[in-house]
Structures are given as structure tokens and as C-alpha cells.
Unconditional design. Structure first.
Length: 78
């Protein structure tokens, strides 16, 4: 659902404020059906079985699964 909304906004040139890069990436991973939680030490746990040390590790996890791992939110198309 989130991807459809992003596409709708992008097609209309709507500018949505950029989210925190970590929150945006977690949101994108969750949109693909993964469960993502913080581990309390700045890392992440995905689907209760993948321990990921930091945001760079989560980004690598996402990229290997074909999930867009951009740093910012939607960009206004001018």
C-alpha cells in the first residue's frame, strides 16, 4: 500500500517532507512484509532471526532483497 501511495504522489509531483533515513528504510522493509524491531543498542532485528548491527547493515539487507534503500523520502519533480 505504501508503494502505491508513493507512486501516486510522485506521479503528481507532490513534495512530501523527507523522513528520517532510518525510519524511511524501516518503513520500506516493513512494506515488503518483514518485521523490523530495534535491538536497543542501535541495531535491528528482522523477522526475529536476522540480527543487524546498524543502519548500513539494514540498508545492505534491503538492497539484497530488491528494496529501494534511498536516503531521503520523495523528491519534488520540478
Amino acid at each position: 500500500m505504501g508503494e502505491a501511495i508513493e507512486r501516486f504522489l510522485r506521479e503528481r509531483g507532490v513534495n512530501r517532507g523527507a523522513a528520517d533515513p532510518a525510519e524511511e528504510l524501516v518503513r520500506r522493509v516493513r512494506a515488503r512484509g518483514y518485521s523490523v524491531t530495534g535491538d536497543g543498542a542501535g541495531g535491528y532485528v528482522v523477522d526475529a532471526r536476522h540480527a543487524i548491527a546498524d543502519l548500513d547493515g539494514l540498508r545492505a539487507f534491503a538492497v539484497t532483497r530488491g528494496i529501494e534503500a534511498a536516503e531521503a523520502g520523495l523528491v519534488h519533480a520540478e
